[in-house]
Design a protein around this ligand. Sequence first.
Ligand SMILES: [Zn+2]
Length: 469
Amino acid sequence: MMTRPFLLLLACLLLAHASEGESQAPPLFQPDARYKADLLIVIAHPDDDMVIGGYLARISLDDRKRIAVVYCTNGDGGGNVVGNEAGAALGQMRILEARRALSAWGIENVWFLNWHDTPGQNVLWSLDRWNHGLALDEIVRLVRITRPEVIMTFLPDHVAGENHDDHQAAGVLATEAFDAAGDPTQFPEQVSPPRNGGMANLTEGLLPWQPQKLYYFTDAFEDFGPYWHNAAELSPFRKSMMDGRGPTYETTTISPSRRVSYARLTVDQQIFYLTQEGSLGEQALKSQNFKDFAYPVRLIFGKSVVGGSPTGDVFERVLKSPAPFVRVRGYEPEHPDGLSFEMGDPWRFYSLFWKAHNLDHLAELIPVPEVAAKFGDKLNIALLACNQTQSLAEIALTPALPTGWTDQTTFTQYPVRPGECYPIQAQITLPASGKPEWQQLTWTAAAGSRQVGTVKLRVYAGDSGGLPQ
Ligand SMILES: [Zn+2]
């Protein structure tokens, strides 16, 4: 015979079982709205945001766009014009300079990846020092956290200008992240749901995210931004690489909310970057002369998965709902035959990179490679001779240089076996002084009496050549 307490317990258990079966799961959490951005900026150093400062003021203060910023380095390789602090100590200071500068406009979703600042001009140096794959992992994660419709970054190209390799590397990584963040097979641990609501999760619970539009800015001579202002430095060999390539935002326009120009508002950002630009901003405020900040913000259209014209507004055609994933072409092997001769890395890398990421039009910006160098400098130029024949080729190299320039390349003849590409380092020294101007250098490769090819390089020789080449 069952006792009364036992029957009661049985009834409770049955009831509990029934209600468990019908219980409703709670709705899923939405992605955290505090980190949602309309625009994500991926740059290299604290103060790079100054290049597009007038645009950032416009869209944060007047268009009320939400902006997030990723700095790949803390600028620990930079100079300091107001103190002795350098290296890691300077890096810590520059982090705060950037946070304060951006918070002047209410931009607080700011991340530092803290890779080392690598002063140079070869993008592959920065990508190597930043542990390329790990850096991409972090940027893809931040794209999935911030879910931006638009990404803006430096132009991934070798330009004559400041041409900082860290700037270029930020552009390469942001482009790769644009194409990877919507793909759940890329960094899948980021998009795998966590097992517990609590601690000790080993996956991240993010969602894939396809940004819609990608824009570039540049520190090339043509930019006329904060870095360069000298029209004599512009390449005479081609039309401007900026004209018609994207929208331009004037900074002499008056901000409706602040009733001063965007150039004047850029000073509110600059005054925090004391270690880099000193008292430039303070002086402008004192004199009420903002001409140094009145450079237009000129963008280069990268790509869009929602259409729109290259020169249209950045947010033209942007969808409110998430965009579906769009696959890019990826690397496709080329099958040259015979003997060939071309520029080596980093130019060779870019020619492959643009195609792989559906950015073929970037190849039109600077059709013949260009660099800037200082009088007395040594130029290291990578060339590549390939042999897709069945027999050994002896490739002979002949440079044609401007008067006073000297060739210090170690070898003139290279044995290239079938199926091999021989990387050649040409070394050219500029004359000790001269008239600042553009010059053209040519290398011709021949195998016996057979012409293999010609490579051209255009060099601006001046009194300042920028970073180590
Ligand atoms: Zn920089």
